[in-house]
Design a protein around this ligand. Structure first.
Ligand code: XIL
Length: 352
């Protein structure tokens, strides 16, 4: 009798424990993604267990960029992408392709050859996209077809890009056309940064999107990279997301991180105001992550919520520190891979 009583008390306690386990992907109504470099990742069992527990969308940190896919003409290297695909499939995760065309990941040999023979560039783009997207047809759920086609600030197309230099702005629509042809069901994104705060840049993006829609150029989504800062007002983020959602396209927060310090958008351009992370800063960041989840949920209609993807997702692996050469703590897990208050903030923002 005593034993039965004990069990009656214990069972609800155990199941309560399970209910309380905070799992982002289980609580979210849209996919939660993480960007990862697959080779070090697979050797890191703690990271793997966090990734499996909390995320159901997988974006590669840099493995799927052009300089890793085609190191010389006709020399495609699929091994790493196949490994990523295997991991995503085995763990029931959506695989997101980042990215097809980006000035910053175009290999040197492509730039040199294009300058020698400008006509070649378009045919190369066509065969690259058709080969790559075609190979992973039905397996890569969505693609960042063009990344960062606009200048860092303002409304112009990015001039320092071999694609723009040789093909003009039409390189963007051509990339979308080739991608659609190679996989008619893949969700095709234009992805850029600062569009959540720079309304000139957002307007230029939306002008391009509306023009594409009018002319039947296939585009399905807008990726807001969302490398944000603590002092970017929520009102601006709300305003820009709402405006973008009016296009009816999918909205992906594609590379989320949240910094305290600042930078000038260039490599090595960090400006360090904070050298230490205080308890107060942790709490402020938790609140901002809460707000971000809430804003996304309330402003972007459900059927346009493609998901929220964290870039790096922990303060140890974040790209921010090496890239901008500064200290920071932008992620929801700390540099020992423990949950930060930011994790709880984001989680609560998803729940409510
Ligand atoms: C970053 C990677 O995380 C770094 O490891 C690499 O050195 C540079 O690129 N916007 C993007 C991403 O679209 O591809 C960038 O990723 C971060 C900014």
């Amino acid at each position: 009798m005593k034993k039965i009583l004990f069990l009656i008390i214990l069972i609800p306690l155990v199941s309560l424990g399970q209910v309380k386990e905070k799992t982002l992907k289980d609580i979210s109504t849209f996919p939660i993604g993480s960007s990862i470099r697959i080779t070090p990742f697979l050797k890191d069992s703690k990271l793997v267990s966090i990734q499996k527990k909390h995320f159901n969308s997988f974006t590669s940190g840099s493995d799927m960029k052009m300089y890793n896919i085609i190191k010389a003409e006709n020399e495609y290297n699929w091994e790493v992408v196949d490994t990523i695909l295997k991991y995503a499939t085995q763990n029931n995760q959506r695989l997101f392709g980042h990215n097809l065309i980006w000035h910053s990941s175009t290999p040197k040999w492509v730039v040199e050859k294009a300058r020698e023979n400008p006509k070649w560039l378009q045919s190369f783009m066509k065969s690259y996209i058709e080969t790559y997207v075609g190979r992973y047809k039905g397996k890569v759920h969505g693609w960042d077809v063009v990344n960062e086609g606009l200048e860092s600030a303002g409304s112009s197309f990015r001039k320092e890009s071999i694609w723009f230099e040789i093909m003009g702005k039409s390189y963007i629509e051509k990339a979308f056309i080739y991608a659609r042809k190679a996989d008619p069901d893949a969700i095709l994104f234009y992805n850029d940064f600062n569009i959540e705060r720079d309304t000139l840049k957002l307007n230029a993006t939306l002008k391009m999107v509306e023009d594409f829609k009018k002319r039947g150029i296939p585009i399905d989504g807008i990726g807001f990279q969302m490398h944000i800062r603590m002092d970017i007002p929520n009102e601006i983020i709300e305003f820009t997301l709402k405006k973008a959602a009016k296009t009816g396209l999918q909205i992906h927060l594609s590379e989320v991180d949240l910094i305290f310090n600042t930078h000038d958008d260039t490599r090595g351009g960090g400006i360090e105001k904070y050298k230490f992370l205080t308890e107060k800063m942790k709490q402020d960041q938790a609140k901002k992550y809460y707000d971000l989840a809430q804003i996304y949920k309330s402003v972007v209609p459900k059927n346009q919520q493609y998901g929220i993807t964290f870039w790096g997702f922990n303060d140890r692996d974040t790209w921010i520190k090496p890239f901008f050469d500064m200290e920071d703590w932008p992620c929801i897990f700390d540099n020992k891979l423990n949950k930060k208050p930011a994790f709880d903030g984001f989680y609560e923002g998803l729940v409510e």
